[in-house]
Structure formats: structure tokens, C-alpha cells
Design a protein around this ligand. Structure first.
Ligand code: CDP
Length: 204
């Protein structure tokens, strides 16, 4: 079974997806970590993002190992975040990473998180969730995570939201059959319980 969780930055996707995977005993796929790892490779080695994406060897788990190196912390820095959103506009970068994601999702039980899981990567996913929250709430959460001023985060987030939503290839949008959940005033536990309940109903 594949559960697809999509939505904008700071909507709670990573926290919810991770906790949900643990609760259900599914494997967690963080597709953003792949875009981030390509961005880091481009920043460090230069060269064509498409080649970097095609050559990417990645292990996703507790730690993210890209091309043999532990990049867990480094891929979360603001400069990598910004570059990830830029390399993600390229359709050939996307094609290379989507192929890797589909390979993983082909067998087993997964909670896969990203921007295009329900629309492009796994359109046949049994359960699709689109997580949202108000822009201010999303910025406050991210600011608390990285220890930054939330107004600065909001400004960067607004740019990245626009970039993700307006790009030509796989823009961020909810799949028509996705269930939209607004997490603004809800706890992670509450949201995880709701999605786990939906998954159990489907399995019956
Ligand atoms: O954690 P956050 O939501 O801020 O970002 P992320 O999920 O790690 O993704 C980083 C960037 O990769 C996003 O801004 C998107 O531009 C891109 N991305 C994408 O295009 N498609 C995905 N499935 C996942 C990430």
C-alpha cells in the first residue's frame, strides 16, 4: 500500500509522514531529500543538475547518504533549500528522481512525502493526503525548527511556494482524489491518528 502525502513547505508533511510510517509499520520515503541531495551536489561539484540527478546514489533512512557521504544535516541549510526548489523546475531532473522513487514504491508498504507523489509519482496510491496550513503558521513552524526569525522564513517561503506552484512541470497541486487536511490548529498526533484511521478503513 502507498500513502501519498503532498503539500507546501511547513504544512507538517515530514513530521506527519514519519510518525504515520512508524505507527503503521510502513517505510517512509522523503522525496524532498532527493531534490535536496541533487542541489547539494550541484552546489559542491557544479555541473549539470540533470547529470547530477541521474548519477545520484542515495540511501534514505535515519540518515541520508548521498554518493557515499552523510548529508543529513547539510541538505537542510537555507542555501540547499533554495537550490532544491530551483533544480526541481527541470523536467529531466524530475524524470530522473521520479524513476528512482517509482522503483522504491513498486513493492512494500510506503508513506511517501513530497509535492507530486499523488499526481505524478504514484497516481494509483491507495490513499492521497494534501496537507495545508496558513502561510504564517507554516513559517512559524519552520522558524522554530531552524531557529530563525519567522518573518524572514515567511519571505523565503512565499518565493518558494510561488516557484513550486507556478513551475511548468509537476506544479504543486492536490490530486483530484486527495483528501485535504488543514493542520493550522491541529497537533501532529491528531492528524496522524486521522490518516491512520483512513488507511485502516481502506485495508478492511
Ligand atoms: O521540507 P520542505 O517541504 O521545505 O521541502 P522538501 O520537501 O524537502 O523539498 C525541497 C524542495 O524540493 C521543494 O521546494 C520542491 O521544490 C522540491 N520537491 C519537488 O519538487 N517535488 C517533490 N516531490 C519533493 C520536493
Amino acid at each position: 500500500m502507498v500513502i501519498a502525502i503532498d503539500g507546501p513547505a511547513g504544512a507538517g508533511k515530514s513530521t506527519v509522514a514519519r510518525a504515520l510510517a512508524e505507527k503503521l509499520g510502513f517505510t517512509y520515503l522523503d522525496s524532498g531529500a532527493m531534490y535536496r541531495s541533487v542541489a547539494l551536489a550541484v552546489l559542491e561539484q557544479g555541473g549539470d543538475p540533470v547529470t547530477r540527478a541521474q548519477e545520484l546514489q542515495i540511501e534514505l533512512g535515519e540518515r541520508v547518504i548521498a554518493n557515499g557521504k552523510d548529508v543529513t544535516t547539510e541538505i537542510r541549510t537555507p542555501r540547499v533549500t533554495e537550490m532544491a526548489s530551483r533544480v526541481a523546475v527541470d523536467k529531466d531532473v524530475r524524470a530522473a528522481l521520479v524513476a528512482k522513487q517509482r522503483e522504491l514504491l513498486a513493492s512494500g508498504d510506503w508513506v511517501a512525502e513530497g509535492r507530486d507523489i499523488g499526481t505524478v509519482v504514484a497516481p494509483d496510491a491507495e490513499l492521497k493526503i494534501f496537507l495545508t496550513a496558513s502561510p504564517e503558521q507554516r513559517a512559524r513552524r519552520r522558524a522554530a525548527e531552524i531557529g530563525a526569525d519567522w518573518r524572514t522564513v515567511l519571505r523565503d517561503q512565499t518565493l518558494r511556494d510561488a516557484q513550486d506552484a507556478n513551475r511548468e512541470h509537476s506544479p504543486l497541486r492536490a490530486a483530484p482524489d486527495a483528501i485535504e487536511i488543514d493542520t493550522t490548529d491541529r497537533t501532529v498526533e491528531d492528524v496522524v491518528t486521522q490518516i491512520a484511521g483512513l488507511a485502516r478503513e481502506l485495508r478492511r
